[in-house]
Design a protein around this ligand. Structure first.
Ligand SMILES: [Fe+2]
Ligand SMILES: [Fe+2]
Length: 411
């Protein structure tokens, strides 16, 4: 079976049987898309529609198999920017997570350690450029919900460890804990984990078993105590309102995992819900964690590092223009550097330009002599779904293109 789809729907790993341009002119045949760059190449060739073999996501992942670490390394070595390197690491690890989870669900034996070099590489890249790797969690043009989520939680947990002078070894273990924290979800029917409306109490009680399954699976796989604990406790809360056991003495690592888990769930798009803007998610969780000092501290720590407008996220300015956050100034979370993608008249900007909200004087020059109000500020975060003037892949590409620009760390 084949199906026809727009180029923007094609995912790396897919084989294109035929690619067409305007007026359905055949441009090429039998092309394998292995990474995002290939899609850009096709776009440059004028491809707008493609025909692909119809197969399930699961089959694609199985066919591509586990991507070896050597393969990953050689791809990363070919990349010229940190964004490219980190995106390759990010995408391949998500793919391998999916591969491993589907093997476990089919009761095939899995080496827990097979992801160890990926966790180690993640920690190396965190040491190399932490802001850039954190921004990867904002790049949303992947699907694979649970796996992206597991990767994001791993990134946030390992980032926390490294920023708090934890050893490399501990940080790698926490990355693994993030990778595997939701492995128990393989036993929960997709209709429940992806359900749009509210779950019935019966359905919810099924979902609430995933930490128990997770712990059990990890035990079978020979995981260490910490990994099992995070899988079991990441939905427990300090007032006993969590699940599966409603315990009060939740371990600090599990509490942290729980904070990053809900933060990521809020700011990510799912098939059944829209994304929350990061600033909104922070506010929501800050209120929700009232009285829970450790959870609030973990949230504030994340906020201090990635800012209220994280690199890679979208913001609307007071003049109506929209931009991708390109960098944050230390200690000035409210005035980041923006790559403007939609101008104040609501028109998509062909060549996005940088607007440094701390340096409005220079902006007058940068914006071709047109005088702008010096008080131009951020109006608020926006979700990519709300920006109709520009397509999602174009927004992501803006970030990728401009990311060689110097990134500042907050704090
Ligand atoms: Fe979970
Ligand atoms: Fe989770």
């Amino acid at each position: 079976m084949t199906k026809s789809l727009g180029l923007n729907k094609v995912k790396p790993g897919q084989k294109i049987l035929a690619a067409y341009g305007d007026q359905d002119v055949l441009i090429l045949k039998n092309y394998e898309v292995t990474e995002t760059k290939d899609l850009e190449r096709l776009k440059k060739l004028g491809v707008s529609r493609v025909v692909v073999e119809e197969e399930s996501e699961k089959e694609t992942v199985k066919k591509v198999g586990f991507i070896s670490f050597n393969n990953l390394r050689s791809r990363m070595e070919q990349a010229s920017t940190n964004t490219e390197k980190n995106e390759i690491l990010y995408r391949h690890t998500v793919h391998n997570l999916k591969h491993i989870f589907s093997k476990v669900s089919e009761h095939e034996s899995v080496e827990l350690e097979s992801l160890l070099p990926f966790a180690e590489e993640l920690v190396r890249q965190i040491d190399n450029d932490p802001v850039n790797i954190a921004a990867m969690t904002q790049l949303e043009d992947y699907d694979f919900d649970t796996y992206r989520h597991s990767m994001n939680v791993a990134v946030l947990l390992a980032l926390y460890e490294r920023r708090h002078q934890s050893s490399r070894e501990n940080s790698v273990t926490m990355a693994l804990a993030g990778f595997y924290h939701d492995i128990g979800k393989i036993f929960i029917p997709n209709e429940l984990t992806n359900k749009a409306g509210a779950l019935s109490s019966e359905e919810y009680s099924i979902v609430k078993t995933h930490p128990l399954w997770g712990e059990e699976l990890l035990e079978e796989m020979g995981a260490n105590e910490l990994l099992r604990q995070v899988a079991r406790e990441h939905h427990e809360r300090p007032d006993g309102s969590g699940y599966p056991d409603g315990i009060i003495d939740v371990s600090p690592v599990s509490l942290r995992a729980g904070v990053f888990d809900v933060y990521d769930a809020l700011v990510s798009k799912r098939s059944y819900k829209a994304r929350q803007a990061p600033d909104h998610a922070f506010k929501l969780l800050y209120d929700e964690f009232k009285g829970w000092d450790e959870s609030r501290e973990a949230l504030m720590d994340l906020f201090r590092f990635i800012g209220i407008y994280p690199v890679g996220s979208l913001v609307k300015l007071t003049d109506g223009s929209v931009g991708v956050v390109n960098a944050n100034h230390p200690g000035r979370a409210s005035a980041p550097v923006i790559s403007v993608i939609v101008d104040e008249n609501g028109k998509a900007v062909k060549n996005p330009y940088l607007l440094d909200l701390l340096r409005t004087e220079q902006q007058k020059v940068l914006r071709n002599g047109k005088i702008y109000d010096d008080s131009i500020k951020i109006y608020g975060s926006v979700s990519i779904d709300e920006v109709k003037e520009i397509s999602e892949p174009e927004v992501q590409n803006t970030f990728r293109r401009l990311n060689n620009h110097q990134l500042f760390r907050l704090q």
